[in-house]
Write a protein that binds this ligand. Structure first.
Ligand code: ADP
Length: 233
């Protein structure tokens, strides 16, 4: 069975906008997948359905066999614990250090300090930020802040890492560094990564699977794809 199965999925918002229409696709464990398409094509809606920020109006979204859209509200937190999520804006807690930001979710889950520390150190090592452990977010560059967010997202060793425009606020050189971190996580930890992006250079360079949305519909799906193939979208 495929790790992620999206079956005949629709999302129609209350205002009548069909943001996603009849979407069917599968994603294997360990894949690295870009989701691209013009602004308004449904990328964020698809991403939000994966972490149950939105429910499909019709159809199914399954992750590891769990029908995410059908989870009771009270059990959504269990799904979220198994996912890592990285956004465009960093959403770090400004009064907490790098260590504390990464440790926060584990503390909320009730883990002991002796369990938390090695996990936090390992996550910060993966993103190359172990030496900034005592810094506060406002003492870091944008790229470093995004690395902290990635460390926070992977600290609980999720099987799936969801990224919504993670390089949207970063310059090309910094973005390249972030992509190298994500590629290493994908390769070394086997984490499945789904990333929505507008960044043509990144998509063309990385030669990963590319899913193109057009007005909520699956327009193209290329293994080792590029943005060029979909320039008409
Ligand atoms: P993208 O991420 O590709 O820019 P979105 O998923 O954000 O696309 O949006 C897809 C469509 O759904 C757009 O037409 C957008 O205006 C609409 N939309 C997104 N979120 C909402 C919402 N909460 N309520 C109503 N319409 C929405």
């Amino acid at each position: 069975m495929k790790f992620i199965q999206i079956k005949n999925c629709y999302k129609v918002y209350k205002n009548g906008v069909a943001a996603v229409a009849d979407l069917t696709l599968d994603i294997d464990k360990g894949e690295f997948v870009f989701v691209i398409g013009a602004s308004g094509s449904g990328k964020s809606t698809l991403i939000k359905m994966l972490y149950r920020e939105e429910k499909p109006t019709k159809g199914d979204v399954l992750i590891g066999g769990i029908n995410v859209g059908k989870l009771r509200n009270g059990t959504v937190f269990k799904l979220r614990r198994k996912l890592g999520i990285v956004f465009q804006d960093f959403k770090l807690l400004p009064k907490l250090t790098v260590y504390e930001n990464v440790a926060f979710a584990l503390e909320c889950m009730g883990l002991k300090n002796s369990e938390i520390r090695p996990k936090v150190i390992k996550a910060l090592e993966h993103v190359g930020l172990k030496d900034k452990i005592r810094s506060f977010p406002n003492e870091l560059s944008g790229g470093e802040q995004q690395r902290v967010c990635i460390a926070r997202a992977i600290v609980n060793e999720p099987k799936l890492l969801i990224c919504d425009e993670p390089t949207g606020n970063l310059d090309p050189k910094t973005s390249k560094g972030i992509m190298e971190v994500l590629e290493t996580i994908n390769k070394d930890l086997g984490t499945t990564i789904i990333m929505a992006t507008h960044d043509k250079d990144i998509v063309n360079r990385m030669k990963k699977r590319v899913i193109v949305l057009d007005s909520g519909v699956l327009a193209e799906d290329h293994m080792k794809g590029s943005y060029k193939a979909s320039e008409s979208v």
